[in-house]
Design a protein around this ligand. Structure first.
Ligand code: ADP
Ligand code: MG
Length: 339
């Protein structure tokens, strides 16, 4: 008889987890932006080089971390956001798995600087492939800066799998848009290879949409507002004549989190039935607020898919309120499509 099972060392477990959480530079962008939001930042700066292949850095003015927490933040399953399994059903934060920083640090060179408001000095940690290289006292503003360099330095297969800079930048901009749209009251800036791509001031939702998608968007928007016992909807759909060949301007947010939902998308299409040409996709920017207890976000590590308790009811409410909004704007069905 011989025993052959062993527990994997932490750095190996982290590297495996990283395979799920971090697919490309845009995944790092998403995790770091979400952490900044969870830290109550009011201004967040994203700096990238070579489409994130060389550098992804997020600087926030949030609450920062103590030196001990800064160190712990790189441990797997280390989180300040939940304490028990029950908390999973009443989530108000983006994060809760305590996996992102541990995963990122397992497959990149990371430099973290953080300072809490009450402190004079902050802490700096350099970590490479899960190994802490330095931790020292440093002068840094209140908040946190995390720089992720040489992503996938120790996983050549992953690095080689990355797409062209254009494609990777596109993914990063998509994540940036999603997070910025979900949080119009936070200021966001983005720089790529030293040039400013976005500088979004604190604003309301309509302004944020227009700021990101261009001034022409303003005239396209039809407001959708609805409050029922189980669902609150707010946001905009685009007038039917502005439907697009692509789905690039279709956004659902549930409790301020971007999600993908073919099912709810279908509800929108149903509301637009007869108003848009086949093959065109209505644009929409819709925020849904539901009781956190009625959804399960923990079905996928990147949390873009969620499970609703009562999808059918949401579908019906969504469809009828979008229809109603279109109706109010006197957008009656048209039979020929000569706009
Ligand atoms: P999660 O977000 O799921 O808790 P992470 O690995 O992303 O897990 O982060 C671990 C912990 O590190 C967080 O729970 C938080 O306490 C801390 N942390 C991470 N990023 C920041 C930040 N920008 N500002 C303040 N604290 C942070
Ligand atoms: Mg996180």
């Amino acid at each position: 008889m011989s025993d052959i099972i062993q527990l994997l060392p932490d750095h190996v477990a982290n590297q495996i987890a990283a395979g799920e959480v971090v697919q490309r530079p845009a995944s790092v962008v998403k995790e770091l932006l979400e952490n900044a939001i969870d830290a109550d930042a009011t201004a967040i700066k994203l700096i990238i080089k070579d489409s994130g292949k060389t550098l992804v850095q997020v600087i926030d003015n949030g609450k920062g971390m103590s030196p001990t927490d800064a160190r712990l933040s790189f441990e797997r399953h280390a989180t300040s956001k939940i304490r028990s399994a029950d908390d999973l059903f009443s989530l108000n934060t983006k994060g809760f798995r305590g996996e992102a920083l541990a995963s990122i640090a397992a497959i990149a060179h990371v430099e973290l600087k953080s300072k809490q408001e009450s402190e004079e000095l902050g802490t700096l940690i350099a970590i490479e492939g899960s190994e802490i290289k330095t931790q020292e006292v440093t002068v840094t503003p209140t908040g946190t800066s995390i720089a992720v360099k040489h992503l996938f330095f120790n996983i050549p297969a992953r690095r080689n799998f990355l797409k062209s800079n254009t494609v990777e930048l596109r993914h990063i901009i998509d994540e940036f848009h999603r997070v910025a749209l979900a949080h119009p009251t936070i200021a966001f800036a983005m720089y790529h290879n030293g040039s400013e791509l976005f500088n979004l001031h604190e604003s309301n939702y309509r302004q944020r949409v227009v700021h990101i998608f261009g001034t022409k968007t303003n005239e396209k928007l039809v407001p959708v507002e609805e409050t029922t016992e189980v669902l609150k909807i707010s946001g905009f759909v685009g007038k039917p004549q502005f439907a697009k060949k692509t789905k690039s301007e279709q956004f659902f947010f549930v409790n301020n989190r971007f999600i993908k939902s073919p099912y709810l998308n279908h509800a929108i299409n149903a509301a637009f039935d007869g108003l848009v040409k086949d093959g065109n996709h209505p644009i929409y920017f819709l925020n849904l607020t539901v009781d956190p207890k009625s959804i399960d976000i923990n079905i996928h590590p990147t949390k873009t898919e969620i499970k609703f308790d009562d999808e059918h009811t949401l579908y019906a409410i969504l469809r009828s309120s979008v229809k109603h909004s279109l109706g109010q704007f006197n957008i009656a069905p048209v039979l020929d499509f000569d706009y």
